[in-house]
Each structure stands twice: as structure tokens, then as C-alpha cells.
Design a protein around this ligand. Structure first.
Ligand SMILES: [Zn+2]
Length: 135
């Protein structure tokens, strides 16, 4: 047999290769522990355990997906919530060896939407590179 030896496990191999993400919705890429923290912030009773939360995201069908999507987004209420998930997603993607990301989010609109967008981009970038970004 020729070629490089295969890694011991597929997840290690998959995590090691460099990747790009060309279309990531922050609201759809929240790492489960971060979402658990967010749910507990607003409604500790709704969270249950981390395993309960994971089970909630095993979709039965498309209507259940939509219902779960809307439920989850109900816990994204403030700029800090979006910044929190932006940082969590950036760290998660960096851990997966994602080298380039085009990320989107849909925070509630307001007169301050532009400044919110800039703040989110800065927090995402800082989490991405692991240090403050100059503005
Ligand atoms: Zn999209």
C-alpha cells in the first residue's frame, strides 16, 4: 500500500485539514454549550440539561426544525447575546481549522444597526484571531 498513513480517527483528520466556510449563519452555528449558557441566562427552566438541549435539536421534520429555530432565536435578545454567539462560533470554527469565513447574522433591526454590525464584526474578529482588533 502506498501513500500517507491514514490518521487514527476521522474527526482528527477532518479537524486537521484547512477549510473555508462561505455561508455561515451565526444563529445556526451556535455551539451547543454556548446555546445552553444563553438559554440558562433567560430561562433556566427551559434549558434542562445539555443532553436535553441536544435532543431538542434532533429534528423530526421541517415544521419541528422551524419551531426549534424560532425557539432558539428567542434567546438572542441583546447585542451582547449576538456578540456572545459570534465569539463562540469564531472559536469553534477556529478549532475546526477553518481559515476563512463569510458569516452572517440577523440581529433585530434598529437605528443603531450599523454600529451593532461593526461591534459584532469586531467581537467575531477578536475571537477569531485571539486578540483585540484595532479599529
Ligand atoms: Zn443563508
Amino acid at each position: 500500500m502506498s501513500g500517507l498513513p491514514l490518521p487514527a480517527s476521522e474527526p482528527d483528520w477532518f479537524n486537521a485539514i484547512p477549510k473555508v466556510e462561505l455561508h455561515v449563519h451565526l444563529e445556526g452555528a451556535i455551539p451547543l454549550p454556548a446555546l445552553f449558557e444563553l438559554v440558562r441566562k433567560y430561562d433556566s427552566g427551559a434549558a434542562g440539561s445539555l443532553a436535553d438541549l441536544e435532543a431538542r435539536f434532533r429534528y423530526r421534520d421541517f415544521p419541528h426544525f422551524i419551531e426549534t429555530w424560532v425557539w432558539k432565536n428567542g434567546f438572542l435578545r441583546e447585542l451582547d447575546d449576538f456578540a456572545f454567539i459570534a465569539e463562540a462560533v469564531a472559536r469553534d470554527l477556529r478549532g475546526q481549522h477553518v481559515l476563512y469565513v463569510e458569516a452572517f447574522c440577523s440581529p433585530p433591526t434598529s437605528r443603531r444597526a450599523a454600529s451593532r454590525s461593526a461591534a459584532l464584526s469586531r467581537r467575531f474578529g477578536e475571537a477569531w484571531i485571539g486578540s483585540p482588533v484595532s479599529s
